[in-house]
Design a protein around this ligand. Structure first.
Ligand SMILES: C[S@@+](CC[C@H](N)C(=O)[O-])C[C@H]1O[C@@H](n2cnc3c(N)ncnc32)[C@H](O)[C@@H]1O
Length: 308
């Protein structure tokens, strides 16, 4: 290679290295604002956090959520934060409180973190960051995993529960916090079939189910006659719904495993529930697409931006 060509190649490599470095040195998506301790306790309460849970705190700051969960309930897990200094503070605090063996803190980007082990995820981020995170949560978290956020939501994925508590020492905005819980839903969408014993022999049932996040809807038939499917609910891997009108509704409840739902059905008129097993003969796909991105973001000085 001659002199000018070598110099050109060297400049090209230098530029590529610079671009790579700029792209990988990612700026924080959210400023550091600690969650007041009464909110931390309420978050752990709403998430029903207890022994046996594995908690991941996304953007862990000084580590207070993970450390409290470990100290109070013996919960293990880890927190991640982009800020090395905060990670150091969190590690030292965990050691000081005697839970350094239970909770670990890593300096890393939450978007590059494998969340698969979590039974509980906590986050005090921003709506816009939560929305970017949403596909990752559905991809990596097991059905039934609880996600608890402080003040910020996941757009059109509605929380399963929400509480508001007084926070006299809140660093910004009104002295209150919203705490929200989402339970990652299993995917029940598709065509399901089952039979139930009837007076004249087995009765064939079919339900064609669609699902948007944890909202389940569809149509059903019994022996090819349309029946009303109502009151469908999903919580993690559990489902319940009624078939038929109020006068003669069958109440189904069960849990999904692969293409099978096993549970029971309460027939109209009381009596002992019957065992119920449904088989999915055609899989669908839960809709997790965003339809609600256009929310306003208003800056509030001295704290997190206010997002509606
Ligand atoms: C509002 S604070 C919450 C701290 C803590 N979870 C709490 O509730 O007290 C948000 C934290 O997220 C961190 N953070 C922002 N973007 C991040 C990212 N992409 N990956 C990891 N941490 C991030 C910030 O450094 C900050 O400490």
């Amino acid at each position: 290679m001659n002199g000018p060509a070598a110099a050109f190649l060297a400049r090209l490599l230098l530029a590529a290295a610079f671009c790579w470095q700029a792209a990988s040195a990612r700026a924080s998506d959210v400023p550091y604002v600690p969650t007041p301790m009464n909110v931390v306790d309420a978050m752990l309460g709403l998430g029903s956090v207890g022994p046996g849970d594995y908690l991941i705190d996304l953007g862990s700051g000084d580590g207070r959520i993970s450390i409290r969960a470990a100290a109070r309930f013996g919960v293990s897990g880890f927190g991640v934060d982009l800020d090395d200094n905060l990670v150091g503070i969190a590690r030292a605090a965990a050691a000081k409180q005697g839970v350094g063996d239970k909770v670990k803190f890593e300096a890393r980007n939450l978007f590059d973190t494998d969340l698969g082990r979590a039974t509980v995820v906590t986050a005090y981020l921003l709506n816009s960051v939560n929305l970017r995170l949403r596909p990752q949560l559905f991809e990596q978290l097991k059905p039934g995993t609880r996600i608890v956020t402080h003040d910020f939501h996941f757009g059109d994925w509605q929380p399963d529960q929400k509480i508001t508590i007084d926070v006299p020492d809140k660093a910004y905005g009104p002295p209150r916090s919203d705490i929200m819980l989402w339970v990652v839903p299993a995917d029940f969408s598709g065509v399901w079939q089952w039979t139930l014993p009837g007076a004249g022999g087995d009765v064939r049932h079919e339900a064609r189910l669609s699902q948007k996040f944890q909202v389940l809807y569809g149509r059903a038939s019994a022996q090819d006659r349309q029946v009303l499917l109502a009151d469908a609910k999903i919580r993690g891997d559990a489902v319940s719904f009624t078939l038929g009108d109020a006068a003669g509704a069958q109440r189904y409840s069960g849990r999904i495993s692969g293409n099978t739902i096993s549970g029971e059905v309460q027939l109209p008129g009381g009596g002992r529930p019957l065992p119920w097993q449904a088989t999915r003969i055609k899989t669908g796909k839960m809709d997790i697409s965003a339809t609600d991105r256009g929310r306003m973001q208003v800056a509030v000085s001295g704290g997190l931006p206010k997002e509606q």
